[in-house]
Design a protein around this ligand. Structure first.
Ligand code: GDP
Length: 454
């Protein structure tokens, strides 16, 4: 089985597999005490004592790698859905909603003995809106005596209820068989898991010094790693050792092979940049300090922001900088690059080799920020403090409240805020600024999404 081979290879030698297909994601959702944890333990084949759901306690989504019949998938366990989705209860509901967004399919668990409650019905509405395939598991059907209970669950409109007993294992095999039929081979929502060297795109307008930088970094004093036959998926990339670590510079062939296009050069340059960004995790945008910062430079930076990649700004040709030009440069940076003031900056010369070693800590910082995850508890404490000190301005007699927030994803850090109304763009920028003040996030864009409640 190909999936298994890939996984084994990734364990033995992370450099061997760089593009691992993301496993499909199954989110398990349901009210507290319907037996989600027991079912998770059963699916994972764990023997540990069943952890009881504690109503009202917010916990982060927990992901497990699960396997059934030789197929692997990611099982995401969420907090329970509270009867009344308000306040702290809204938070668990929101957790589940985010988990559903990030899943390929949903396993919705109800208590067959209790039957479908009104809060179950609310969840069902949300699940329907999500458009995701949903499997309905009716838990606590420990033996045939409880079977008749499940008939009424058809009314939820989620199709056939699957009777299971998480405790005894009854029906779980059939349920998992059904789950595998709705899960795709490769996740449509989870990001590709990638092992191996981190991927860097060197971008910038023509003549800023991209190929000079590449030549210098790959030059005599640094080792060009020989590519082992068969391991390189893309021959246009190059692996270069910098600061004791191997990095993958993507699409270097495009930089080295300088194609001089007359017409539409800009268009092709931007296509090339977009393609390189697509493959990269972090971008080094090169700027030529001997020239004024141009619209094209800013456009390239904006492409990085749109791509959601980490960003390092490298000011090249520093050897050409005189005091006069330096003053202008500082003003230009303030004016044109204020929106990326969070990006690490290195002042280099690809010609002389000046400060090239500073690229590595800048790349590492940007990537660490890009990977950062803030726990839900911490993030909500942050929000509570922010709102207490700076409440949202009242607009037309109304003041939108933030009910709850969670970080839905990393790479780049992506936050979801559940609110009672639209937040002013200014207030959202304020939240982003505070996030940067408290947590750093140097070198990464931050995405802040809103979900407005009725
Ligand atoms: P690319 O189009 O971005 O790949 O730019 P190149 O690497 O071809 O560089 C364009 C021109 O700038 C060449 O003439 C380089 O020699 C020169 N150049 C590149 N880096 C530096 C630098 O740090 N200092 C100086 N003085 N010139 C540089």
């Amino acid at each position: 089985d190909e999936d298994i081979d890939l996984l084994d290879a990734s364990v033995e030698d992370p450099d061997e597999v760089r593009y691992l297909p993301a496993l499909p994601v199954l989110a398990i959702v349901g009210r507290p005490n319907v037996g989600k944890s027991a079912l998770v333990n059963r699916i994972l084949g764990r023997r540990e004592a069943v952890v009881e759901d504690t109503p009202g306690v917010t916990r982060d989504r927990v992901s497990y790698r699960a396997e059934w019949n030789g197929r692997f998938f990611t099982l995401v366990d969420t907090g329970g859905w509270e009867p009344d989705a308000r306040g702290i209860d809204a938070s668990v509901a929101a957790q589940a909603e985010v988990a559903v967004d990030l899943a390929d399919a949903v396993l919705f668990v109800v208590d067959a003995v209790v039957g479908a409650t009104s809060s179950d019905e609310r969840v069902v509405r949300m699940l329907r809106q999500s458009g995701k395939p949903v499997l309905l598991a009716a838990n606590k059907v420990d033996d045939a005596v409880q079977e008749p209970y499940i008939a009424e669950l058809w009314s939820l409109g989620l199709g056939e209820p699957h009777p299971v007993s998480a405790l005894h294992g009854r029906g779980v095999a059939d349920l998992l068989d059904a789950a595998l039929t709705v899960l795709p081979e490769v996740s449509a929502v989870a990001k590709e898991e990638v092992g191996g060297p981190r991927r860097v795109a060197i971008i910038g307008r023509p003549n800023v010094g991209k190929s000079s930088l590449l030549n210098k970094t790959a030059g005599e004093e640094r080792v060009v790693v020989n590519e082992v036959a068969g391991t390189t998926r893309d021959p246009v990339d190059e692996q270069i050792e910098l600061g004791g670590k191997v990095w993958r510079f993507v699409d270097t062939a495009g930089i080295r092979r300088r194609v001089h296009l007359q017409q539409g050069a800009d268009f092709y340059a931007s296509l090339r940049t977009t393609a390189a960004l697509e493959k990269a995790e972090v971008a080094v945008v090169l700027l030529d300090v001997s020239q004024p910062i141009s619209e094209q430079d800013v456009r390239i930076i904006d492409l990085v922001l749109e791509s959601g990649r980490a960003l390092v700004l490298a000011f090249n040709k520093w050897d050409l900088l005189d005091d006069d030009r330096r003053r202008y440069l500082e003003r230009e940076i303030e004016q044109d690059l204020a929106h990326v003031a969070w990006a690490p900056r290195v002042n280099i010369s690809a010609r002389t080799g000046r400060h090239l070693e500073k690229l590595v800590p800048a790349l590492e910082l940007a990537l660490a920020s890009w990977d950062t995850r803030i726990g839900t508890g911490k993030f909500n404490a942050f929000l509570a403090e922010l709102v207490a000190a700076h409440p949202h301005p009242v607009r037309g007699g109304r003041q939108p409240r933030i009910l709850f927030g969670t970080q839905a994803a990393t790479r780049p850090p992506t936050f979801v805020l559940f609110t009672t109304g639209f937040l002013d763009p200014g207030y959202r920028r304020f939240i982003s600024r505070r996030l940067r003040e408290i947590y750093g996030f140097e070198g990464t864009p931050i995405v802040l999404n809103m979900r407005v409640r009725e």
